[in-house]
Design a protein around this ligand. Structure first.
Ligand SMILES: Cc1ncc(COP(=O)(O)O)c(C=O)c1O
Length: 383
């Protein structure tokens, strides 16, 4: 039986002839490990999970994800529509700024509409009368290692920051959303954030039917104290008599995706540099934005150090520097790990380099090429 333990490098080598690089690979057996934890949280705590499409919209695996999750949440009209058409179940619509046309179009698509500000709520609520409505709250505190992604950074526009204003508008809503964490794998930090929210917003929460705690809680990580997490969520739900939602993005897909590339050249300039047939800016953009090394699963103690770089013209198109177990050659495969979240949703045609195909390794081990990109896709991306 295929499993989540199988080496992706070996699988890629075995499929070499039929799968030209570059390609993103989503492994359903690895995805399942996260989905089982999401299901456990639902069963133990009652908290529902809606997939954050901004992180992962690869709908070819939604048949599997649908079995374990309660629906989707979105950041735009198009994402909401994708959630409706390809995932089904609950469709939470949210946007930092709706237009008139967006809100009109959401009728018939969304099962909940969440507004980012009191002014948008007041302006648009008559258009979506009858639907459960929510307001995003900015609690002014957060967990994030990056200012760029910190929803509580100074002058943040993400959510209503004025408690009195939110309270005054509370008769128009029956739910609230807090998203104030980013890859938070520290249960104690989550717990104290939730305590802060409970204390500061208790009188508002008591009036609500549902509360979304947003994404960024890394509860699928190995050794995360899932039982304590579930206990905390169910205490919160009981205290305020609310349905709790989580909006996992990265948490749902972590360690289930890869970017498989091939070395096209090796050059030397004070370091050995392997150039691969992909690029950081077009294919793993977050590594560039957050200045982190792309991840790679390599055995420890490798004696051959190479900088791995992309083939765009950007001087800093560098994935990272890694210690490989053997010498590298042109034609070797290089596989980046943890490349499902915030990768395919951000890919772009910079430099016109070949867009990686999307391949799904199904639960039964079958390699399913669900999307190939050609020159025509590049052409039609512009006019
Ligand atoms: C409102 C909201 N919900 C959910 C998420 C998903 O977060 P993550 O992918 O870190 O789990 C985000 C990410 O930015 C978000 O802004």
């Amino acid at each position: 039986m295929p499993s989540a333990e199988d080496s992706i490098h070996e699988i890629a080598l075995k499929n070499r002839g039929s799968l030209p690089t570059p390609y993103y690979l989503v492994d359903e057996n690895r995805l399942l490990l996260n989905l089982e934890k999401i299901k456990k949280v639902r069963e133990t705590s009652g908290a529902k999970s809606v997939l954050a499409l901004k992180c992962f919209s690869t709908w070819s695996v939604f048949d599997l994800m649908r079995e374990y999750m309660d629906g989707t949440t979105s950041s735009s009209l198009y994402e909401a529509r994708l959630g409706r058409e390809k995932f089904g179940k609950e469709v939470h619509a949210y946007s930092v700024g709706y237009s008139d046309g967006d809100v009109d179009a959401l009728r018939g698509i969304a099962t909940k509409v969440i507004f980012n500000s009191v002014s948008q709520l007041k302006r648009f609520h008559p258009k979506v009368k009858g639907l459960p409505l929510g307001l995003r709250i900015n609690p002014g505190v957060s967990f994030s290692d990056f200012e760029l992604a910190d929803p509580a950074r100074p002058h943040s526009r993400l959510g209503a920051a004025d408690f009195d204003e939110a309270m005054e508008a509370s008769s128009l809503i029956n739910g609230v959303m807090f998203h104030c964490q980013c890859e938070n794998d520290d249960f104690a930090r989550f717990s104290s954030l939730l305590d802060h929210i409970s204390e500061k917003y208790g009188s508002l929460l008591e009036k609500m039917d549902w509360v979304s705690l947003g994404g960024g809680i890394y509860f699928t990580k190995e050794n995360y104290p899932l039982d304590a997490f579930c206990g905390k969520l169910s205490d919160f739900a009981r205290r305020f008599d609310v349905q709790v939602y989580l909006e996992p993005g990265e948490t749902a897909v972590t360690r289930s995706g890869f970017l498989v590339t091939e070395i096209v050249d090796i050059v030397r300039n004070g370091a050995d540099i392997a150039v691969v047939d992909a690029g950081v800016e077009p294919h793993l953009l977050d590594s560039l934005i957050y200045r982190t090394n792309a991840k790679m699963d390599l055995p420890g103690g490798g004696a051959h150090t190479y900088m791995v770089a992309g083939r765009t013209c950007l001087a800093g198109d560098v994935f990272g520097t890694y210690a490989f177990p053997g010498k590298l050659s042109v034609g070797d495969l290089v596989v980046f790990a943890d490349a499902a979240g915030y990768t395919m949703v951000k890919k772009n045609w910079f430099n016109g380099i070949q867009m990686p195909s999307i391949v799904v390794r199904r639960l039964d081990g079958k390699m399913d090429v669900v999307r190939r990109f050609t020159y025509e896709d590049y052409l039609e991306n512009l006019s």
